[in-house]
Design a protein. Structure first.
Length: 521
């Protein structure tokens, strides 16, 4: 790979319409067709892990003819544990303070913030029984995030309304419709790009929330401490859903937040980002192979659609047939329920955890919907607020309040994941009531042995129950020609994919867009 990466020719070719995929519903997208498959890297089966990663990485960089947005963001080069070790060694040994080094250090530090905390998805990416790819292959076709194509109008047309806006923005390459699969839930959603004023308002709402979380209190993916952020971003994304394969009866069926599983939140947000940046955006990564010899910063255009990695071995034949149909409103809720029941990774798991007194508890995990996840988070936050209000010493500043929140979060660590618990069994009895489970977890968190065992088990469940992950592979530095994280002795090559914190990436890009708006004034 180089700063001027040679891009696979198929990325610049006009995609062909798939005759087997029908035009989406006339009332919604009467002039739009879907691609038969996403353009993806052709990874040869005989390639070594290093060669496989390099082929994938090269495909990520786009010299698209469309407009690449000028917003830029820093992304990680290795896992956080490795990067923190590198930064620690630099603090001990010291390094020259040249302009190049300062830029390198800034990119490295900012990139660390964009990796999913605790490497939560590392185990499932590295599991040899899994087969994560940038698409799901079924009957010779490849399915993944894609841009629906406008059918040729044939003659010059006078457009108006949403159709006119979508046509023109697509023509300019500054936002268009984008379709993304939610592999845990069993639906496809098509997003339309939000306006700049809507992005500004989203940012205003997020920073005005009564309780603001810094990175220290932000928490691991899908824990209660991310509830506010999740609620804001998910609502924003769902407000920009243009079409869905799921047909809902508004009078009797629940809303999408009550249907979509929590593991699909990252894919949901990725779809929205793809609609905003259909031709990619600028990003930078720092070479970390040997900081004393190389401080190169790679700067490229990144194609967002290539960041979704899905386990091809996770699905039944029926599920694959189900997901191969991407027409608007072609599925009913009963088929979605069947899909989720057949996805074994999310149907539940019972584990045994031990306490300091050597007593055992059996915990049954399950995958919550977005609504269940967010509701649990709000209850936890309201509990903190009540404790602050009833405290003898009321925090006077936001710093004091956040410090209090951090201490309470640490003291009730198990409560962070109460929404993943379906049942607790002990001594022949059981508890299924959600309020009781939440209250118990506030107390049980003080049991150090039980706490550690539980956290290890629940993070493993979240990792292995996730079949679709947003991540970026490591790369070979073009300056020193050194792979950032490759071990030829290990397989599969997706061990070199770094799972991203999609919330941080999205908000970082939103801030970049706002800065560009200010510069125009």
């Amino acid at each position: 790979m180089s700063d001027n990466t040679e891009v696979n020719n198929e990325l610049n070719e006009s995609p062909q319409l798939d005759e087997s995929v029908q035009v989406l519903d006339d009332s919604v997208l009467d002039e739009v067709s879907s691609r038969s498959e996403p353009s993806e890297p052709v990874v040869t089966t005989h390639a070594t892990p290093t060669e496989k990663v390099q082929q994938v990485v090269e495909e990520l960089y786009s010299e698209s003819a469309g407009t690449v947005q000028t917003e830029s963001i820093e992304l990680p080069s290795k896992s956080n544990s490795e990067l923190l070790e590198i930064l620690g060694s630099l603090a001990d040994d010291g390094i020259s303070e040249t302009e190049e080094v300062q830029k390198w250090a800034s990119v490295l530090e900012s990139g660390i913030q964009k990796e999913a905390l605790r490497n939560v998805y590392r185990k499932t990416l590295e599991a040899t029984e899994n087969d994560f790819r940038q698409f799901v292959e079924y009957k010779g076709k490849k399915y993944g995030p894609n841009t629906p194509l406008f059918a040729d109008a044939g003659t010059p047309t006078n457009y108006k309304g949403d159709r006119g806006v979508t046509r023109l923005m697509s023509y300019l390459g500054r936002g268009m419709l984008y379709q993304v699969p939610l592999w845990h839930t069993g639906i496809w959603l098509t997003f339309k790009a939000p306006s700049e004023s809507e992005i500004i308002e989203l940012h205003r709402m997020m920073i005005s929330d009564k309780i603001e979380y810094g990175r220290a209190t932000y928490g691991v993916a899908l824990s209660n401490s991310t509830a506010y952020t999740t609620d804001r971003l998910v609502d924003f994304a769902l407000d920009h859903v243009y079409a869905s394969t799921l047909k809902l009866d508004e009078e009797k069926d629940p809303p999408l937040k009550d249907i979509i599983l929590s593991q699909d939140i990252n894919s949901l947000l990725l779809g929205l980002m793809c609609s905003i940046y259909p031709n990619g955006f600028r990003y930078s990564r720092a070479c970390v192979n040997d900081p004393e010899k190389c401080n190169h910063v790679v700067e490229e255009n990144l194609k967002l659609s290539k960041l979704l990695w899905t386990n091809n071995k996770a699905f039944t034949e029926w599920q694959l047939t189900h997901m191969s149909d991407r027409q608007n409103k072609c599925k009913k809720l009963d088929s979605i329920n069947r899909y989720k029941e057949e996805l074994l990774s999310v149907t539940g798991k019972t584990v045994t955890v031990s306490s300091e007194s050597n007593k055992e508890l059996k915990l049954t995990f399950f995958s919550p919907t977005i609504s269940e996840y967010v509701s649990a988070g709000y209850r936890w936050i309201e509990n903190i607020t009540t404790m602050i209000e009833n405290s003898v010493v009321v925090p006077k500043t936001i710093e004091e309040k956040n410090s209090y929140i951090r201490r309470h979060a640490q003291a009730t660590g198990m409560r962070q994941y109460s929404h993943w618990i379906k049942e607790i069994e002990f001594g022949g009895s059981n508890i299924t009531d959600k309020d009781t489970i939440e209250s118990l977890f506030n107390v049980l968190s003080s049991d150090t042995v039980l706490y550690k065992d539980f956290i290890d088990q629940i993070l493993d469940y979240i990792s292995y129950s996730t079949v679709s992950i947003v991540g970026i592979p490591t790369f070979t530095c073009p300056a020193c020609d050194t792979p950032q994280q490759i071990d030829e002795r290990k397989t599969p090559f997706t061990k070199s994919v770094i799972a991203l914190d999609v919330y941080q990436v999205f908000t970082g890009l939103a801030l970049g867009r706002i800065e560009k708006i200010i510069e125009r004034q």
